[in-house]
Design a protein around this ligand. Sequence first.
Ligand code: TYM
Length: 335
Amino acid sequence: MYKDKKVVFSGVQPSGTLTIGNYLGAISNFKKFSDDYRCYYCVVDMHAITVRQNPAELRRRTYETLALYMACGLDPAKNVLFVQSHVSGHAELGWILDCYTMFGELGRMTQFKDKSAKNADNINAGLFTYPTLMAADILLYQTDLVPVGADQKQHLELARDIAMRFNGIYGDTFVVPEGYIPQNAAKIMSLAEPTKKMSKSDENENAVVRILDPRDVILRKFKRAVTDSGSEVRRGEGKDGVENLMSIYSAFTGKTMDEIEREFDGRGYGDFKAAVGEACADKLTPIQDEFNRLMADKAYLEKVMAEGAREAAHDTLRTMSKVRRKVGFTEMPRY
Ligand code: TYM
């Protein structure tokens, strides 16, 4: 193996303003790998266009997502931060892997089923083959570890299956990646319907807390969060709403679920919801300040993008050339 460090890869779609689900389930974990791994964190704009986007908004969100990566503590000197569409290997390998992925496999993906139900007027081929592009993202860098939320588990399994299938046909080509799914905040639920995932594209603003929401909005959204007709802050049957708030509080404060139950024993939901809101806002305020500072310096963001793309593109060359040779393409002429 030519690499000297293990590799981490993850991506976030710039398809909406990011939520605390994205933060707690994924981005807040990215930083811990920066010292010991070669880390690639990508803004996956090509994935975002599987659902119709407003072009100006997509561009703005691409900058925002990159700025949020940095505001959440990812130093561009220690991590390769880049935009997917700037590195052509993603699309190239995506196509090749399409030819090693079965129609039936893609049809079983629950996210495809959910998204095609939500976008019934635009069930395009890209939405269907989305997981193959995601496999390409990961396999292109010989990734060992993929930090993601629980909703990406099925896609990750497919990436592993594709890698093993390809390796089985052509001999060792790809590292078979492992997922890194946090124990605590793997699936943050909607505040309005706590049996549903919190999603950045939710149309009900009260269902989602966004990383960029101001403090008063955060406090208000938690105050309105759906709980149940009881009053006890504890886990249990029919207490999905409370349990979700407890997970959020736990992830922001580092307290265990048992500690939280003890802390709010006999205190009721009002106190508890206010505390969750405060803990969340306290954590997000410095991130928002840094985000605003970065967004004011577009030239700097463009420099980070350019440097990230250059490094990432360079690192894809060896794998792409190996894959091309293995599947039987003739050598790329110089032109
Ligand atoms: P995306 O943009 O939907 O979400 C980005 C990350 O946030 C996690 N996440 C959550 N975690 C906990 N609770 C939630 N409610 C919640 N909502 C989202 C997601 O699991 C994800 O880690 N397909 C991916 C993007 C992608 C990717 C990749 C990820 C494309 N290529 C390669 C890893 C490796 C997606 O749609 O994420």
